[in-house]
Design a binder for this molecule. Structure first.
Ligand code: PEP
Length: 251
């Protein structure tokens, strides 16, 4: 019922020519695959060039962040309206690198989510616990807080434009992946939260991606879990063959 999504977060990598080379490779390999929603998130400077390059393919473009105001005296920021203008259809928000390195809190992320939805763009909303929080058995409490605060004030009808990405911070860029069971436990908990905040139908329709060192050799185990609807991929999204294999996961 939920169409899988595989999203590549290119982080702070790739010049415009490098980004174009990567996306041309992806287009050749998986650009006509219809049973998976494919998303790539280049750096801001490459967004428009990559958006033009994917026209007519099954690859959509996401930004990695944005501000919650659409214009004004906000030096250095970029708005949902300008991202739409550049060819984006989605924005990744709440990534743990934004939370940890740039001090973004739940309230700021919530404002950004609402601003992006108000502009008619979709959101990939990232949540996840640190190793310290997992070790002190706070995982579910942290996920509860992030989901409740992040989705505060989001209208039920807008939830069709929200994809949640569970990304345990200890698994991002570390080569450590949550086991299928660990990920399933978190995903099922998050789906239950969405059901409580909205209703069971919305929970059943909401896609929840897993992120954290997803690679060709672990994607199949992860995708075999009932509540894992796709993956958010960092490092392995920078190589055509690896990302294409992740897009072509086997259940
Ligand atoms: C990410 O950046 O969201 C991510 C999951 O990175 P990696 O796949 O490299 O762990």
């Amino acid at each position: 019922m939920r169409k899988p999504m595989v999203a590549g977060n290119w982080k702070l990598h790739k010049t415009i020519p490098e980004a174009l080379e990567l996306v041309e490779g992806l287009k050749k390999d998986v650009g006509d695959k219809q049973d998976v929603d494919i998303v790539v998130a280049p750096v801001f400077t490459a967004l428009n060039a990559v958006a033009k390059a994917v026209k007519g393919s099954n690859i959509a473009i996401a930004a990695q962040n944005c501000y919650f105001e659409n214009s004004g005296a906000f030096t250095g920021e970029v708005s949902p309206a300008l991202l739409k203008d550049a060819g984006c259809s989605r924005v990744i928000l709440g990534h743990s690198e934004r939370r940890q390195i740039f001090g973004e809190n739940d309230d700021l992320i919530n404002r950004k989510i609402k601003a992006v939805l108000a502009e008619g763009l979709d959101v990939i909303f990232c949540i996840g616990e640190t190793l310290e929080e997992r070790d002190s058995e706070q995982t579910m409490e942290v996920l509860r807080r992030q989901v409740v605060e992040g989705l505060k004030g989001v209208a039920a009808e807008d939830m069709q434009k929200v994809v949640i990405a569970y990304e345990p911070v200890w698994a991002i860029g570390t080569g450590k992946t949550a086991s299928g069971d660990q990920a399933q436990e978190a995903h099922s908990f998050v789906r239950g939260m969405v059901s409580g905040i909205f209703n069971p139908d919305i929970a059943a329709q909401t896609r929840i991606l897993y992120g954290g060192s997803v690679k060709p050799d672990n994607v199949d185990e992860l995708m075999a879990q009932d509540d894992i609807d796709g993956t958010l991929v960092g490092g392995a999204s920078l190589k055509v063959a690896d990302f294409a294999r992740i897009v072509r996961f086997e259940k």
